[in-house]
Ligand binder design. Structure first.
Ligand SMILES: Nc1nc2c(ncn2[C@@H]2O[C@H](COP(=O)(O)OP(=O)(O)OP(=O)(O)O)[C@@H](O)[C@H]2O)c(=O)[nH]1
Length: 508
């Protein structure tokens, strides 16, 4: 008896996925691309008729099927829902072709027809797919790319209106339904364009799959626009280059989803506000399009001038929005840089430079206000032994953990700084000796992993320089070390370390 699982493998397992992944790896996309382009060429060169129509329908339907197979069976594919939407769009396009050729070959040319319903339904699916492919979560959502895409998209919409939409509006022979359907195509194209541009602007590290998809979508748009123009100008006929361009678009989309690189998210680490010189040139040229249309059509077509003026206002707002984004990003980066320049990278405590600045500031403040200011110098005991016993990485983790714990003991106004490998200082404004000692004892008590430390505390004197103030705390800390470690020593008001407060050494 045959093993059932061999005859009827569970489609939800990877049994099917493995062969498809093997096909992806062996370069099936090349065959799909080559085969698709041969079919496209065939369609363009053979005279328009039943055979050509069949080739067109079959190529489109196969494209939808090939995308669907890739989505269902490829184990690793970036954003499968987007590709599923694309498969749906191609399926609808194939449905539209079946209806259109059927009508055309019978000499019926109703407009609008059922084919238009299929064709128009393609757009929302493409739009949703492109939006999903460019979706980013988190802080770096790529707002700059969206702004730039809208700037170019709005700019292109102005001549797009003049060339593709206005002629329909001025055609008195069109019924309302014809007018709506005719203009729906270019309007949908003008919405699709910024979505494509957004992906181009967003993903600078171009994976081949991403490139195929974008060129495919641009070919689709180009075919649409040629058709819109050819239809209104009267030169369009089926079976020509325009139809061929649509097929090229479908074939490129198939090559994209079957390409191995479709498994990775095609993006580089582009910051939100990234703006290269090339991008600036593109944006500058785009922003001039609308005023140029005004200049060229002024006095000829008031309607187009009005649209161009609205476009200009929108562009102006978008450019301002983009500039605000840039300024915000620049400020964020400056803040981050400032924070990094003041922080110890391992522990997140303040670094030496920040400590020096803050100490000077607090000394001046104490001088002005007469409020007390204390400084604690803290040094871990036998930290070398800790490292030797547990390893340097554990030593690092211990330092990081310790700073977190110590901080929780301190007030917002206190400053904890790491000024050497295992040497820390704490600036305690508005704090006298006794209170400072209590704080330091609390810190010592909560030092993690049984680690002990010695501390010296000094109180600020009006005659102190920063060096003298730190040196007194440092001397007191050394006195704590000499006195047996794991203790706090308060620097004497007169200079020399005096009071020793023994602690809980575990190494002696
Ligand atoms: N894990 C880790 N260890 C560090 C770091 N910076 C300094 N150290 C270690 O801290 C130890 C300091 O050693 P010593 O100066 O001999 O002092 P000690 O062993 O703490 O002894 P006493 O200070 O005399 O009690 C060295 O082993 C350094 O490698 C760091 O960033 N991470």
């Amino acid at each position: 008896m045959m093993n059932k699982s061999r005859v009827d493998p569970d489609p939800t397992t990877d049994r099917y996925a493995a062969p498809v992944d093997a096909l992806v790896g062996s370069g099936a996309w090349r065959w799909l691309l080559g085969g698709g382009l041969v079919l496209t060429l065939l369609y363009v060169v053979i005279p328009y008729g039943h055979l050509a129509s069949a080739i067109y329908v079959v190529t489109t339907a196969l494209a939808a099927f090939a995308v669907l197979v890739a989505v269902r069976r490829r184990r690793r594919l970036f954003c499968p829902p987007a590709w599923l939407l694309i498969a749906g769009a191609l399926g609808l396009a194939a449905g539209g072709h079946v209806v259109w050729f059927w009508l055309d070959l019978r000499g019926l040319e109703p407009f609008p027809s059922l084919a238009d319903a299929f064709y128009l339904a393609v757009y929302p699916l493409f739009m949703a797919a492109l939006w999903k492919l460019g979706h980013r979560s988190g802080r770096d959502r790529g707002d700059g790319a969206l702004s730039d895409a809208l700037i170019v998209g709005v700019a292109a919409a102005v001549p797009g209106w003049a060339l593709l939409i206005a002629p329909y509006l001025q055609d008195p022979d069109l019924t309302l339904a014809q007018l709506l359907v005719s203009t729906a195509y270019p309007v949908a194209d003008l919405i699709l364009l910024p979505l494509i541009l957004r992906l181009i602007f967003l993903h600078r590290a171009r994976a081949t799959a991403h490139l195929f998809l974008l060129v495919g979508m641009l070919a689709y748009l180009a075919a649409d626009m040629l058709y819109a123009h050819g239809n209104s100008a009267g030169w369009y006929g089926p079976g020509g280059i325009t139809d061929g361009l649509w097929l090229v678009a479908y074939v490129l989309i198939v090559a994209a989803v079957w390409h191995p690189s479709a498994s990775i998210e095609p993006r580089s680490h582009v910051p939100i506000a990234e703006l290269s010189i090339q991008r600036l040139v593109v944006l500058g040229a785009a922003a001039m399009l609308a005023p140029a249309v005004i200049l060229m059509t002024a006095g000829v077509d008031v309607e187009v001038v009005r649209v161009a003026a609205i476009g200009s206002i929108l562009l102006f707002l978008l450019v301002i929005h983009r500039m605000a984004g840039l300024m915000h990003e620049t400020q964020r980066q400056a803040d981050e840089l400032k924070r990094l320049s003041r922080t110890d990278p391992l522990t997140g405590a303040a670094n030496r430079r920040h400590f020096d600045d803050e100490l000077e500031r607090e000394m001046s403040r104490a001088l002005r206000s007469g409020s007390p200011l204390s400084l604690a110098f803290m040094d871990l005991d036998y930290f070398k032994r800790f490292n030797d016993t547990y390893g340097h990485a554990t030593g690092d983790a211990m330092l990081e953990e310790m700073v977190g714990v110590w901080r929780s003991v301190l007030r917002q106004s206190d400053l904890l700084a790491r000024i050497g490998g295992e040497e820390f200082v704490v600036v305690l404004p508005d704090t006298g000796m006794d209170e400072a000692r209590q704080v330091v004892e609390r810190m010592r008590k909560r030092t993690p992993r049984g680690q002990t430390c010695s501390a010296g505390i000094a109180k600020f004197r009006p005659s102190d320089t920063a060096e003298a103030f730190v040196a007194r705390a440092d001397l007191a800390m050394y006195a704590a070390k000499r006195g047996g470690r794991d203790r706090v020593v308060l620097a004497d008001e007169d200079g020399e370390p005096a009071k020793q407060l023994p602690g809980r050494s575990r190494y002696h």
